[in-house]
Ligand binder design. Structure first.
Ligand SMILES: *[C@@H]1O[C@H](CO)[C@@H](O)[C@H](O)[C@H]1NC(C)=O
Ligand SMILES: *[C@@H]1O[C@H](CO)[C@@H](O)[C@H](O)[C@H]1NC(C)=O
Ligand SMILES: *[C@@H]1O[C@H](CO)[C@@H](O)[C@H](O)[C@H]1NC(C)=O
Ligand SMILES: *[C@@H]1O[C@H](CO)[C@@H](O)[C@H](O)[C@H]1NC(C)=O
Ligand SMILES: *[C@@H]1O[C@H](CO)[C@@H](O)[C@H](O)[C@H]1NC(C)=O
Ligand SMILES: *[C@@H]1O[C@H](CO)[C@@H](O)[C@H](O)[C@H]1NC(C)=O
Ligand SMILES: *[C@@H]1O[C@H](CO)[C@@H](O)[C@H](O)[C@H]1NC(C)=O
Ligand SMILES: *[C@@H]1O[C@H](CO)[C@@H](O)[C@H](O)[C@H]1NC(C)=O
Ligand SMILES: *[C@@H]1O[C@H](CO)[C@@H](O)[C@H](O)[C@H]1NC(C)=O
Ligand SMILES: *[C@@H]1O[C@H](CO)[C@@H](O)[C@H](O)[C@H]1NC(C)=O
Length: 416
């Protein structure tokens, strides 16, 4: 009898204690800090949260964003839910948002991955791919920015390009990293390859489709070095997990440089589990590559199309590297940023040197030492994004189920 009373009073004491805030909470934790509720500021990065708090682990069916953290006795936390912009560094965040930031949901799209955005400035068109196993020739998409409001239509270059997973503008052309492999699609064999499209004619050409006879696994994201114009790309294994290629991986997951003038391919890194987003600082001296190994599958033959799982403790990190010797030596790999949501998928660096990554339901904006300045919040998983417009100051975001657009004071690097 005595013992059970003691246990009961102890458990009451523990639960009462659990309700009490720890000393050190900065109040308010979240507050409105723009002209309306679409911008909120998180004070001191919510470095101390009231107990009991708990953020559920995301899985393939549900992404529990930062705003979905349950926090005891912190009513201001609810301001995060509907906000379009969450600012962590108030001074720089509000400056980078500018006077009248806006977020607009533009087009509902299918639940397929939407990727490889490329802005063609002369035509004022934004090309976007969609990835799903083929049902004939799966079209890509194009947003016509000459229309007001912009319109979304299907797009198929000639010959068609199967499953572009990465894209960038290069020498006046669209450069796609095509991630699919199949014997016949759109009247031609398709293997994982670098492809170009002239936006004036929509004619496509192949630049690279093998490594000494081996198929690449899944060219994923692609970027052009700002001064040498060499092409850098990542080659993870997702096409096999997601049934976009009919062959099991023949090469280790790795990242490469390609010199289109000589045709030579150079390995630049083979230490990441699933290398994914890739981007250069404006001076071309820092290379960022994300590892999304937290989303993984089985590469052995016979497992193609079995899909992916999420492992919260596996890699979901952006790494930085030094690039020296006129863009030919990639060294000094270092950890740069651990995605605070899901995995860091699409990766781009702004003209100001800010590193942006699509991670779960939004885009994180990070400075060049890895400090999260702010986040765009979306209601769908963002795979990638691209700047458009005369001054490259509009950011278009795309992913599963949505395409949206942001106006702000962060601009894209000059298109080369
Ligand atoms: C909740 O927080 C307020 C201050 O924000 C504090 O006065 C109150 O004691 C807290 N309640 C509990 C149960 O911790
Ligand atoms: C956190 O929330 C999840 C989902 O509701 C629950 O399963 C888990 O037990 C909670 N963990 C803690 C420590 O509160
Ligand atoms: C996370 O919060 C948002 C905004 O409040 C809500 O719409 C969404 O359903 C929540 N997600 C989960 C997985 O609970
Ligand atoms: C936009 O950002 C630049 C720095 O990149 C800053 O000088 C300028 O003041 C900002 N504009 C506004 C309206 O905050
Ligand atoms: C907030 O203001 C911006 C521009 O000032 C506007 O585009 C946006 O729709 C407003 N949002 C809300 C929730 O009122
Ligand atoms: C190329 O495709 C774009 C986008 O669909 C279209 O506007 C344009 O007319 C096409 N050009 C040619 C030469 O077919
Ligand atoms: C750097 O590389 C580019 C492209 O290969 C070449 O055109 C240029 O001459 C090189 N510059 C120097 C200083 O070696
Ligand atoms: C998750 O990742 C961690 C760290 O890489 C690893 O130790 C663990 O075995 C992984 N779990 C599963 C189920 O793969
Ligand atoms: C996201 O919000 C827009 C409106 O703001 C809505 O039309 C769309 O259906 C929502 N998408 C999802 C996946 O909830
Ligand atoms: C681009 O910037 C110039 C110079 O600041 C400005 O005059 C022009 O209106 C801007 N264009 C757009 C579309 O915002």
């Amino acid at each position: 009898m005595k013992t059970s009373t003691a246990v009961l009073s102890l458990s009451l004491a523990v639960s009462a204690f659990a309700q009490v805030q720890p000393a050190g909470v900065t109040q308010p934790i979240v507050e409105k800090c723009g002209s309306n509720g679409s911008v909120v500021c998180v004070n001191k990065y919510s470095a101390v949260l009231p107990y009991h708090f708990n953020r559920s682990i995301s899985n393939n069916k549900a992404d529990y964003d930062y705003r979905n953290t349950s926090v005891g006795n912190a009513s201001t936390w609810d301001l995060l839910g509907p906000a379009d912009f969450v600012v962590f560094d108030r001074e720089r965040g509000l400056q980078y948002l500018g006077d009248s930031p806006s977020y607009e949901f533009m087009f509902p799209v299918s639940s397929a991955v939407h990727e490889a955005p490329i802005y063609a400035p002369k035509q004022n068109l934004l090309f976007i791919s969609q990835l799903a196993p083929p049902t004939g020739v799966l079209p890509q998409l194009v947003v016509d920015l000459n229309q007001n409001p912009p319109t979304l239509s299907n797009y198929t270059p000639n010959p068609p390009i199967y499953a572009p997973n990465g894209g960038t503008f290069r020498n006046g052309e669209l450069l796609f990293a095509a991630s699919g492999g199949i014997d016949e699609l759109g009247g031609t064999e398709q293997r994982v390859s670098l492809r170009t499209v002239d936006p004036a004619t929509n004619k496509s050409t192949v630049l690279l489709n093998n490594y000494f006879g081996f198929y690449f696994n899944n060219m994923d994201d692609v970027v052009v070095h700002p001064t040498t114009r060499d092409i850098f790309f990542t080659d993870p294994d997702y096409s096999y997990f997601n049934a976009l290629t009919d062959t099991a991986p023949q090469l280790p997951a790795a990242s490469y440089r390609f010199d289109p003038a000589t045709g030579a391919v150079f390995l630049i890194d083979d230490t990441l589990m699933q290398p994914n987003g890739i981007a250069f600082s404006p001076d071309g001296q820092t290379l960022y590559i994300s590892d999304t190994g937290a989303v993984y599958g089985t590469i052995a033959p016979g497992y193609g199309g079995d899909g992916t799982q999420f492992n919260t403790t596996a890699p979901r990190t952006i790494y930085a590297f030094d690039v020296t010797n006129n863009g030919t030596r990639v060294s000094n790999k270092r950890s740069f940023y651990l995605a605070q949501d899901w995995v860091p998928d699409g990766l781009k660096v702004s003209k100001e040197g800010l590193v942006l990554t699509g991670s779960g339901h939004g885009v994180d904006v990070i400075d060049d030492v890895g400090q999260l300045i702010m986040r765009i919040q979306t209601n769908y998983t963002v795979q990638n994004f691209a700047w458009t417009g005369e001054n490259l100051s509009t950011l278009w975001l795309m992913g599963n189920n949505g395409i949206s657009k942001v106006e702000w004071n962060i601009t894209g690097q000059t298109l080369v």
